[in-house]
Design a protein around this ligand. Structure first.
Ligand code: NFS
Length: 662
């Protein structure tokens, strides 16, 4: 087999650790997604790529060519109808994934409130904040009583048949009114997903503009409700992240320990594994097997969840899931739901590694299933660890690229940004807004989402470098955040090295990185709340669409990314992806790229080149600065002592000793 170091016309491997592992003899029989992209050898279907292949009934599949009369659907469906239907089905799938994850977290939250889980309520302040949003009485009540009532109300949001989603009232007032006027306020989360599937069934909704309103409504049910509930209840239960040092990349695996990687999304299992891995009986077992303990490491968004809250290292992001196994050093990869490639079981066959599925919804051929019992999380976690420990002695040759692990400071929740930039005594977004107004920070860019084997794996880095070089503060989540961590952009020193002078000055003063890790993909809801806080702080307009801000998922892969992009655009943000499956219809591209801006103040755009993509984000940020009247030449205003004192007056970063280099 040829050892791959990149390929033409598809993704290039730039990641040193990946190349090291694939270049080592230990992995010589491993076939990876990079190989498959190359060996497929056929160009992607134009109809599929452009969104105009309809297979929603058995008269087709119909491949539609926009503007060619004979090439409409058998039923008469036009390119824009088909593209819109396909597009909102993608949004519904993404929303369903986030919503089902959120529902599980709420079940776990309710069990915790009832005292039926090994966890407890960690963030009472946030519990009270959310209780107020839902109108739950808090005075003189036990935290578990409040949590139980809140949990039940949160669960009811999914099946709500009347009224609209409660969490919408956390958006800026003007935005709420706009959604009401346009009739896109989501009702029940599940109802929106169901209605999307219904309306896109053969012979139901035929008008692309009407179809797109349902797409907007469904995505809002994701961002402003399901994902946001998941983030908030998880924070209340496991603790709201504060800045913490951690490490990332394949080099975090340990030669002398039992390596257990946790891959997927729901942190309930991962948190239970963290607790179980510290128990004396488990540690004694590991020792008996000849290991120096258990090394837990994350993959994908489960990785982000335990990284943000516990500083557990991340072994790899989506694009590295096969490489984690190809080291030969992993005793068990424990998976739950979403973004787990079927190929991991095939890769594991080359080694002693067990792939352990844990969720009844997500089983795999050639994997071991050990159901995670919600009634006994710790017991389930211990059984899984015992299985991994038993594998340690079977480990054969392995190769861990020890030089490739990167330090980073992570844990930038909305609350942390508030404390850090506002200082302990102020807790506000005022300094952030002021620094945007005075131009030290040009604006804010969200770099989020997946990785994709058919695109360069440097996409995130190129975008983020261009943004920070131009004084744009970057907020990152998901696998994008992991890619940026691997690039060394999540240390305070990265600001001095790579950021423009204004952004570098702010970062140096506060001691924060120019790229802030805000969590997993459901945690994109943190960015919505941060944007709302910036609006409410004043001076940057009265809606999210007024902010000098933009968002991208430069190497997106999952349907969840489309839902995320849509709810950001519908919330007023300029969102740019490298491609979108709508380009087979001129009316649909016109709608996404132009009409949406008139309707929502935010819109979609596409640009495959990462640097040009970043430049388009910057151009949008500048357009917003101009509209706000803050576009005058951005002066270099040096911080005086008083301003420095204000910004460094405390906050959680200082508390955990992260002011210095990571
Ligand atoms: Ni987001 Fe996370 Fe990664 Fe993409 Fe998958 S892990 S939820 S979907 S690939 S960022």
């Amino acid at each position: 087999m040829t050892r791959r170091t990149g390929c033409e016309g598809c993704g290039e491997i730039s990641c040193t650790s990946t190349m090291e592992v694939l270049g080592n003899d230990v992995s010589k029989n491993v076939n990876t997604a990079y190989d498959r992209v190359q060996s497929r050898g056929m160009a992607a279907c134009l109809f599929g790529s452009g969104g105009t292949c309809c297979r929603n009934c058995n008269m087709g599949p119909c491949q539609i060519i926009d503007g060619v009369e004979e090439m409409i659907g058998v039923c008469g469906a036009t390119a824009e109808t088909v593209a819109a239907r396909n597009y909102i089905r993608t949004i519904a799938a993404g929303t369903a994934a986030h919503a089902d994850h959120a529902r599980e977290m709420i079940f776990g939250f309710i069990a915790t409130a009832r005292g039926e889980s090994p966890h407890s309520i960690q963030d009472e302040e946030k519990l009270h904040m959310l209780a107020e949003v839902f109108g739950v009485e808090t005075e003189d009540r036990d935290k578990n009583d409040i949590a139980l009532e809140l949990g039940k109300l949160a669960l009811a949001e999914f099946g709500k048949q009347e009224g609209t989603q409660t969490m919408l009232n956390r958006a800026p007032k003007k935005r709420q009114e706009l959604w009401k006027r346009l009739g896109v306020e989501p009702r029940g989360v599940d109802r929106e997903v169901t209605e999307t599937m219904h309306r896109t069934h053969m012979g139901v909704d035929q008008h692309y503009k009407n179809i797109m309103l349902q797409g907007a409504r469904t995505s809002l049910a994701d961002g402003w409700s399901a994902s946001m509930l998941s983030t908030d209840l998880t924070d209340i239960m496991f603790g709201t992240p504060v800045p913490i040092r951690a490490q990332i990349d394949l080099g975090v695996l340990k030669g002398d320990m039992v390596n257990v990687t946790v891959h997927g999304h729901e942190p309930l299992l991962a948190e239970a594994l963290c607790l179980a891995a510290q128990q004396d009986d488990i540690l004694a077992l590991a020792k008996k097997a000849g290991a120096n303990g258990i090394n837990l490491a994350g993959v994908c968004c489960t990785g982000n969840e335990i990284l943000m809250r516990r500083g557990i290292p991340v072994a790899g992001s989506f694009i590295q899931q096969e490489m984690v196994l190809a080291t030969g050093a992993v005793e068990a990869m424990v998976v739950d739901i979403q973004c787990i490639m079927q190929s991991v079981a095939e890769v594991a066959k080359n080694f002693h590694t067990d792939i352990i599925t844990t969720n009844y919804r997500a089983k795999m051929p050639d994997a071991i299933h050990m159901q995670f019992e919600e009634e006994d999380p710790l017991g389930s976690a211990k059984e899984i660890l015992k299985k991994a420990i038993a594998n340690f002695k079977k480990r054969g040759d392995f190769y861990i690229p020890t030089k490739t692990k990167f330090d980073m400071v992570v844990g930038f929740s909305h609350e942390t940004i508030n404390y850090m930039l506002g200082g302990r005594f102020r807790n506000s977004y005022r300094p952030l807004n002021d620094n945007i107004i005075n131009g030290r920070i040009r604006g804010v860019g969200a770099v989020v989402g997946c990785e994709n084997y058919k695109m360069t794996d440097e996409g995130h880095v190129k975008v983020a470098m261009e943004l920070i070089k131009n004084d744009v503060l970057v907020l990152a989540t998901g696998c994008a955040a992991q890619a940026l961590g691997r690039a060394g952009l999540m240390t305070p020193e990265a600001a001095t090295e790579h950021a423009g002078p204004g952004l570098a000055e702010v970062c140096e003063t506060v001691g924060m990185p120019p790229v802030l890790h805000m969590g997993s993909c459901v945690d994109n809801s943190r960015i919505l709340i941060a944007a709302t806080a910036m609006v409410e702080e004043g001076g940057l307009g009265d809606d999210i669409s007024d902010l000098p801000a933009a968002g991208t998922a430069p190497t997106w892969m999952s349907e969840k990314a489309v839902s995320i992009g849509e709810y950001f655009a519908v919330s007023g943000v300029y969102v740019i992806f490298p491609n979108l499956p709508v380009t087979g219809s001129r009316k649909m591209t016109g709608y996404l790229f132009e009409d949406m801006e008139e309707m929502y103040g935010g819109r979609w755009d596409i640009e495959p080149d990462p640097v040009k993509l970043a430049q388009k984000m910057i151009a949008h940020i500048d357009k917003k600065r101009q509209a706000l009247g803050i576009d005058k030449k951005r002066e270099r205003v040096l911080f005086d002592m008083e301003m420095r004192r204000d910004l460094t007056s405390g906050g959680p970063l200082k508390d955990v000793g992260c002011h210095g280099p990571a």
